[in-house]
Structures are given as C-alpha cells and as structure tokens.
Ligand binder design. Structure first.
Ligand SMILES: C[S@@+](CC[C@H](N)C(=O)[O-])C[C@H]1O[C@@H](n2cnc3c(N)ncnc32)[C@H](O)[C@@H]1O
Length: 361
C-alpha cells in the first residue's frame, strides 16, 4: 500500500504492514517486551512532528504510529518496533550521530564510502539515523536516488533525489530485488537480530555488480601502550555493556568479526575487511588522529548515556542515578590525557557478482 508524499515519491502506509511486532520473527528478550517506566509522556509531540521529514509527515497514519515516541529517564526512544533499538532518538543522540559522521569522514580521508561506484543510480542506506550520510551521498551523486531507512523518522527534509522511509531491516525488505548499486550501513550494530538473514537480503536486493558496505565500531577498547587498571569506571562500563547486551536478541558484541564470512557465504565476492583506528583523546602525534581523538571524546561524552541507560536500567536493574554517576566517573577517564585508548572503525565491503561471472570455489 502506498501514498504519494509531498516530495512526489511513493510513501508506504506502514500502519498496515508495520503493526507492532508484525512479521518480526526474532526472539525478543524479556526486557525488550517489558513496558517502559512511569516517566512516559508525550508533551514533545509538536516538536516531534516538526522534525519529521516531509515525506513521512505527509502520511497521517504513519505519523500516528511512529511519532508516539516513548520517554524514559528523560531520554526519548523510538516507538515503531518499540524496544528493538536501545539508544534514544532525541536531539542529544542526533547530535552525537552527526559528530560520529564527521569523525568517520576524517578517518575515511573525506570519503563517504570505499566501494568503487561508477555512476550509481540507486543507493540504500539502512539505519540512516539523521540521514546525514544519505543526504551527502545525494549531493555527491545527483543522478542517483538515495533511500534512507530507519525505525525513527528523525531526518530533516532531504534534497529531491533523496527520501527517507520508516522500515525495520529485520523485516522482509520491501524494495525490488537486483536493484541497488550500493547498500550501506554505519553503526547498525545492536539493531539486527539475525545478521545472516540481513546479508541474504542485502545480496538479493543488490544489483549484479552492486556493493554492500558496512562501517562499524565494535565495542572493544584497545590501548596503545601498557594496559590501564581494569577497575577504571570507563572499563567497567564496557564490561557491563557486554554483559547486558549479550542477554538481548540484538547484541552489540561478537558480530563484526563474522561479517566478511557471512558475506562470502551468501555469495558476495571481492569481500574485504579493514580496520582504521579511532583514538580517544589527543594522545596521537598524527594530526588527523589528534583531530579524530577530539571528535571521539565528544562522541563518548555525549554517547555513553545513550548506549548504556536503557540497557543498564532494564537489563541490569541499575537505577538511572547509578548509571549516570558511573558515567560521570567514566568521563574523567575519557578526558584523561595519559590514556592511549583507541577503537576500530571496521569497514567491510563486498560485491554481488554479475550473472555471467565465474566464481571460483
Ligand atoms: C547509531 S545510529 C547510526 C545512524 C547513521 N547510520 C549514521 O552513521 O549516522 C543507528 C541507527 O539505526 C537505526 N536502526 C537500528 N535498528 C534498525 C533496524 N532494525 N532497522 C532500521 N533502522 C534501525 C536506529 O534507529 C538509529 O537511527
């Protein structure tokens, strides 16, 4: 079922297909199904409506379903497929996503992607967030149509060759098969319950010769030098995060290392995986890494609460005050110039072979 959005593009009426938990065959853990706490309110409805993309805003049934955001401990969460993504979708988190975008660009030498694209016509950005990557791709490739999908309709009005749609990548993809020149994700870890199925769908919907590229930051800390004391609050947050996340059906941990083999197993060729380091803080002598390190401090100062608040309160039973006080302590570690921490930006990409291409086994 489709409605015509004000941008002239077809906007699906998700009220029918996207009723809560419809066709979601992923196992949902107990905490995901549990109700949010008593701090739920909807006084922000006006600003929510005004922040929606014009395409989504034009469809009142979508608005009523996906704009009824949930509030918990003063953070705002998505309502469509409620609980599946544990990070907020409010302004603070949107700012963090845009900070991450700038940092990723620096690490990628100002490239939006590494896959070699030639005159692409159709590009899909899954888990588009604020839509910043999709919008920049629309400017970079004016002859291409870019579609960004997300559980939250938080994107700003896009240029004419870009549109945003509310979709759950865990569901059956609604787009034509053999279609996209590129399918892209960034920081989607924690949002997919069955990565193998994700890669199968990406393969089906890429055109022969089309590319899939994923950019992820596994939640693993590395140290350039002697290991810091294990009881630091910042390190404690990571071990609690691993513990809490592992109990959910969309864990953040132990996933990225399997991406390349999943991709090859479903048929992608020319699969590569490379890691580029993202220092935390300004300890690196390399000027670009120093700049990345500044962004990364902001990313963590803004993002630690986003990543932990829902998980730690819902899964570990901590109070919001306990989580926030741990984060306050951890921020001192983040800003400690003696620590030489870094994370990896892992870029995995692969190509769907052409139909007449001989794939050696
Ligand atoms: C960390 S943000 C990254 C946003 C964007 N890719 C970027 O790098 O700027 C992850 C986004 O994925 C979305 N997301 C999570 N699970 C999803 C799913 N199953 N289907 C669609 N979007 C999803 C979230 O709502 C969130 O906006």
């Amino acid at each position: 079922m489709a409605a015509e959005g004000v941008t002239g593009q077809a906007v699906r009426d998700t009220s029918v297909r996207h009723d809560y938990n419809h066709d979601d065959d992923c196992k949902r853990s107990e905490y995901e199904l549990s109700a949010f706490d008593g701090s739920v309110f909807d006084s922000d409805a006006g600003s929510i409506a005004s922040s929606m993309s014009s395409a989504v805003r034009s469809n009142s049934s979508i608005l009523s379903n996906v704009g009824n955001y949930k509030f918990e401990h003063n953070r705002r969460y998505h309502s469509y497929r409620e609980g599946n993504w544990v990070l907020p979708n409010d302004q603070q988190e949107q700012d963090r996503m845009d900070i991450f975008h700038q940092m990723a660009l620096l690490r990628m030498d100002d490239k939006l992607h590494l896959a070699p694209l030639e005159n692409p016509r159709r590009i899909l950005d899954i888990g588009t967030g604020t839509g910043i990557w999709a919008i920049e791709m629309a400017f970079k490739y004016p002859n291409a149509r870019i579609i960004g999908t997300d559980l939250s309709p938080i994107q700003v009005s896009p240029p004419a060759n870009c549109s945003f749609e509310v979709e759950d990548a865990d569901s059956e993809w609604v787009y034509p098969t053999n279609n996209f020149d590129m399918i892209h994700t960034r920081q989607l870890l924690g949002g997919i319950c069955d990565w193998r199925r994700f890669f199968e769908q990406a393969y089906a919907h890429a055109r022969p010769g089309g590319w899939l590229e994923l950019q992820e930051t596994p939640p693993e800390i590395h140290t350039d030098g002697p290991a810091p004391p294990a009881d630091l609050p910042f390190l404690r947050i990571f071990s609690l995060f691993a513990e809490a996340s592992a109990t959910t059906s969309r864990p953040f941990v132990d996933q990225v290392s399997q991406f390349a083999s999943h991709m090859e197993a479903v048929g992608f060729v020319d699969v590569t995986s490379e890691s580029r380091r993202l220092p935390l803080g300004t300890w690196s002598t390399d000027p670009t890494e120093k700049e990345i390190g500044r962004y990364n401090v902001l990313n963590f100062v803004e993002g630690m609460e986003a990543y932990t608040l829902a998980l730690f309160t819902r899964v570990l039973g901590m109070t919001a005050e306990q989580v926030r006080s741990l984060i306050d302590e951890a921020k001192k570690d983040v800003c400690n110039r003696k620590r030489r921490w870094y994370f990896d930006l892992v870029i995995v990409r692969g190509r769907k072979p052409y139909t007449d291409e001989v794939v050696s086994t």
